[in-house]
Unconditional design. Structure first.
Lengths: 296, 283
């Protein structure tokens, strides 16, 4: 009885063939993992988790509109994201203003998306995929789009990395040192919008947070090193999304539960490690250089 | 303050010879319709320590922002080392008002210092051995080397302030701007921070513009006081400014100043500017 259900959900009989079919998706997913892992470190620094959600819903609306109009879904999704990023950027720099603006924007975006989807007469899987993720939909031209946008995001991050870190973590001194703190805010929101629009194509609008927030949230639990956090975060994101696809291949369930579950388990593990470390490692200070003690 | 002025004493600011780091001439700053201060003349020379006092909203922090080139004066001139202020110059080190650091902020002590060294440059944080040594030296100078690799959020307020000073010294500035650096520190840590600033001033001739609610902890270092209140100001040595007559005039009401055991005690000021360190948020 139970084996029957399991067999319905998991069926790895033709795994090799399936794998060949979705090779593009896996490449795209790995690239998105890198983007998500890196961008999530700044999302954590800037406390923008809620903005990610808001952008995702409008991006979803854009993608749904594109689906309805029969144009490129990634382009629609990008348009929605950029619009959301612009609105959030314009609405306020202060967290409180920003969050209420996003809270207003988000249901509106989601509502629009649902409207477009209900008007759409095409394949149901396409509709569902936008919300909860898909791999089959990532065909070669779309993969090229995703990778193209991802490269833009990565280049932009590489250019602004240091001043953005400074402005995010220490805005007063950053401004005093001549960092354009105010200008960097909309720049980052825009880059974030691009990253969210691409991530949606794989994990869906509802679950973007698993790739754009969770990885760095997990990494900051185990280290405070600005070098290790992005590395771990990328590792976690790529593991979640590629791992999720590999498991989902032999399954009848959409990809997102796998991605989110892997991400969540990583997060829990990091919290546990962090809790242990807080009790032992971090509270023990580096010893003053006394004879006999080895310093790292 | 139990020390007599023998251990830490103001450097008698010689009027000639020592180069002027900061000069304000007939300077005025407005916020909307309100004049924060006007007609302000102030010269700060190398190695000089000037305390900026005044009630909340009197424009103390705004003065720092003007020196940093973040707000333009509404009238008058402001020169840093003979040139107009520009944002991000290496001549100025800045210690901002302390903010709470969230426990999982991805910054260690050394990373905060590093932001002060090269955080303003574009690109990726690559860095090498030389940079690391420089950061270690800066941390050692303020006695913070022991916790260089600790996350900032896990350090005490006093430890964070030491790291802040190391960050502010990263460019070897000629002028140090401090905005309430002793706020929420206990007397022991206040003393340690004051010592650090004094040592820096003596060894490197760094001028210090020190915004504070409390004069007493820094009194032994103070060469001059700039007292801002009600759109007006007074500059002079502590003994010249901290009198009942001067403060009553500035506040436009009776203020009693008593000097006892090397401290000034003030009663009757309309706004409790001499209250406990936790008193009041600065505008």
């Amino acid at each position: 009885m139970s084996t029957g259900i399991w067999h319905q959900i998991f069926n790895y009989d033709d795994y090799g063939q399936l794998l060949a079919l979705v090779a593009n998706s896996i490449i795209a997913a790995a690239v998105l993992g890198v983007v998500g892992g890196l961008i999530s470190t700044f999302v954590m620094m800037r406390d923008l988790a809620f903005a990610v959600h808001g952008i995702a819903e409008l991006s979803f609306a854009g993608a749904a509109a594109a689906l309805l109009l029969g144009v490129n879904v990634v382009a629609g999704s990008l348009a929605g994201s950029i619009l959301a990023a612009a609105v959030i950027g314009a609405m306020g720099v202060r967290v409180r203003d920003r969050n209420s603006a996003i809270g207003v924007l988000m249901p509106f975006g989601l509502g629009l998306g649902v409207l477009f989807l209900s008007l759409y007469k095409g394949r149901a899987a396409n509709k569902f995929g936008l919300l909860t993720g898909q791999i089959v939909a990532v065909d070669t031209p779309q993969t090229a789009w995703l990778i193209g946008v991802s490269v833009v995001v990565l280049l932009a991050l590489a250019v602004v990395w240091r001043p953005l870190t400074f402005a995010s973590l220490d805005p007063d001194v950053a401004a005093a040192r001549g960092v354009p703190v105010r200008a960097l805010s909309p720049v980052f929101t825009l880059v974030l919008g691009l990253a969210v629009a691409t991530t949606i194509q794989i994990v869906g609008a509802l679950l973007v947070l698993a790739l754009v927030v969770t990885p760095a949230a997990a990494a900051t639990r185990v280290t405070a090193s600005p070098r290790l956090i992005p590395l771990l975060s990328v590792l976690f994101a790529v593991t979640s999304v590629v791992g999720g696809i590999l498991i989902a291949l032999g399954s009848s369930i959409p990809i997102s539960p796998y991605v989110t579950t892997i991400a969540f388990v990583i997060y829990l593990a990091c919290r546990a490690v962090g809790a242990v470390r807080a009790r032992t490692g971090w509270s023990r200070r580096r010893a003053t250089p006394v004879a006999g003690l080895v310093r790292p | 303050m139990t020390e007599q002025s023998g251990t830490i004493a103001p450097r008698a600011a010689s009027t000639g010879g020592t180069p002027v780091v900061l000069s304000l001439t007939d300077a005025e700053l407005r916020r909307g319709e309100r004049v924060l201060w006007s007609g302000l003349d102030l010269e700060l020379r190398r190695g000089e320590f000037v305390a900026v006092l005044g009630p909340n909203g009197s424009g103390k922090t705004s003065l720092l922002h003007a020196v940093l080139g973040q707000v333009p004066l509404s009238a008058g001139t402001l020169l840093i080392d003979g040139r107009p202020p520009r944002r991000g110059g290496d001549l100025i080190g800045y210690i901002p008002q302390q903010r709470a650091v969230a426990p999982h902020t991805p910054l260690r002590a050394r990373d905060l210092v590093r932001l002060g060294v090269d955080g303003h440059r574009w690109g990726l944080p690559l860095g090498g051995r030389g940079l690391r040594r420089r950061i270690d030296d800066l941390l050692t100078e303020v006695g913070a080397h022991e916790y260089a690799d600790m996350p900032l959020g896990l350090l005490s307020g006093g430890e964070q302030q030491r790291v802040r000073i190391a960050q502010a010294l990263a460019t070897d500035p000629a002028l140090l701007l401090c905005d309430e650096p002793l706020l929420s520190l206990d007397p022991h840590h206040q003393h340690a921070i004051v010592d650090l600033l004094d040592r820096r001033r003596r060894t490197r001739d760094t001028a210090v513009l020190f915004v504070t609610h409390e004069l007493n902890p820094v009194l032994p270092l103070v060469d001059r006081v700039l007292y801002l209140a009600g759109g007006r100001f007074r500059v002079g040595t502590p003994d010249e400014v901290m009198t009942s007559a001067v403060l009553s005039d500035l506040y436009g009401g009776p203020v009693e100043v008593v000097r006892a055991h090397g401290r000034y005690l003030i009663a009757g000021a309309p706004i409790p500017h001499h209250a406990d360190p936790a008193g009041g948020v600065q505008s």
